[in-house]
Design a protein around this ligand. Structure first.
Ligand code: C2E
Ligand code: CA
Ligand code: CA
Ligand code: CA
Length: 282
């Protein structure tokens, strides 16, 4: 038993070592991924319930590694955050999203469509963050209201420099950039904080959408959240909408827009542009 225990320990040690080596290898390839142009953005439409039209797109990062193929963010974002690589990569995301928003604007004259980017709190904490955003808007000749910045609720509230982070978001909001609170409801931060944050939009987490169907005759939690957000003058987007039933219930609860597989999965740029064209004909 003693031996077996020791073997277990060694096995554990080896696999830890292996994990570490994997991690180092991955970090090394991530360091060159940006200059090798291995990152790309997929875009997922956000549809306004009242009109059925595409109101915006969320830009979602993908890593196309020549050896491993297409890699999803849950596999590399944590490492990218930990290593600080999120700062240059996040800057590229903002620039690429603005460039896509420019192409959208050229295509859809009558219908302003925004593009939302996920911003990590490490990026937001950089001294030049506001400047990076303003420069990207200028380079793309893009009106500020075509860009939305998504910040995760819990991460923002727990950040070291909360006051200066909020000041930066305020500055961007003042020039017209839309500010969204992402994954809303998953944290423990109280709803009363909402009033103090410079936000325009709350994105309600998929978990609340999933609970909709089981709420029966009760007012689902999401119904109360939507009402409260509206009372604060905020727009509401529901995430992860997969069924028609969820969509219909969200309409009853006066949700503004929905995003999810029911409408479309995140798609490459060309396909996203096709979605908008189809929408224009409808
Ligand atoms: P998120 O910001 O909450 O993005 C929504 C995620 O839900 C996306 O996963 C999207 O593909 C997925 N999704 C959308 N609709 C549905 C649905 O109907 N059902 C289900 N099951 N899932 C749905 P994705 O693209 O894998 O991204 C995962 C997370 O990675 C994002 O969560 C975001 O936190 C992070 N991320 C993605 N791109 C970036 C980026 O450019 N920068 C940073 N900092 N984080 C990013
Ligand atoms: Ca998001
Ligand atoms: Ca989200
Ligand atoms: Ca999420």
């Amino acid at each position: 038993a003693k031996n077996a225990g020791r073997n277990d320990y060694r096995f554990f040690e080896n696999s830890m070592q292996e994990n570490l080596i994997q991690k180092l290898k991955m970090e090394r390839s991530l360091r060159t991924a940006l200059s090798n142009e291995e990152f790309l953005l997929y875009f997922q439409p956000i549809v306004q319930l009242a009109t059925g039209r595409v109101a915006g797109f969320e830009a979602l990062l993908r890593w196309h590694n020549p050896h491993r193929g297409l890699i999803f963010p849950d596999k590399f974002i944590p490492l990218v955050e930990e290593s600080g690589l999120i700062v240059p990569i996040g800057k590229w995301v903002i620039q690429a999203a603005c460039a896509f928003a420019r192409r959208l604007a050229d295509m859809t004259v009558d219908q302003p469509i925004y593009v939302a980017v996920n911003v990590s709190v490490k990026q937001l904490a950089c001294d030049d963050f506001v400047q990076v955003v303003k420069a990207a808007l200028q380079a793309a000749v893009l009106p500020a209201n075509r860009l939305e910045i998504e910040i995760t609720e819990t991460i923002l509230m727990n950040s070291d420099c909360l006051a200066s982070n909020i000041a930066k978001l305020k500055e961007l909001k003042a020039i017209g950039v839309r500010i969204a609170l992402d994954d809303f409801g998953t944290g423990y931060s109280s709803l009363t904080y909402l009033k103090q944050l410079p936000i325009d939009v709350v994105k309600i987490d998929k978990g609340f959408v999933d609970d909709l169907a089981t709420s029966g005759n009760n007012v689902p939690l999401i119904g109360s959240i939507i009402a409260l957000a509206h009372n604060l003058g905020l727009e509401v987007v529901a995430e992860g909408v997969e069924t028609k039933e969820q969509c219909e219930l969200l309409q009853i609860w006066r949700c503004d827009s929905i995003q999810g597989y029911l409408i479309s999965r995140p798609v490459p740029e060309a396909e996203a542009l096709r979605l908008v064209n189809k929408d224009n004909l409808a």
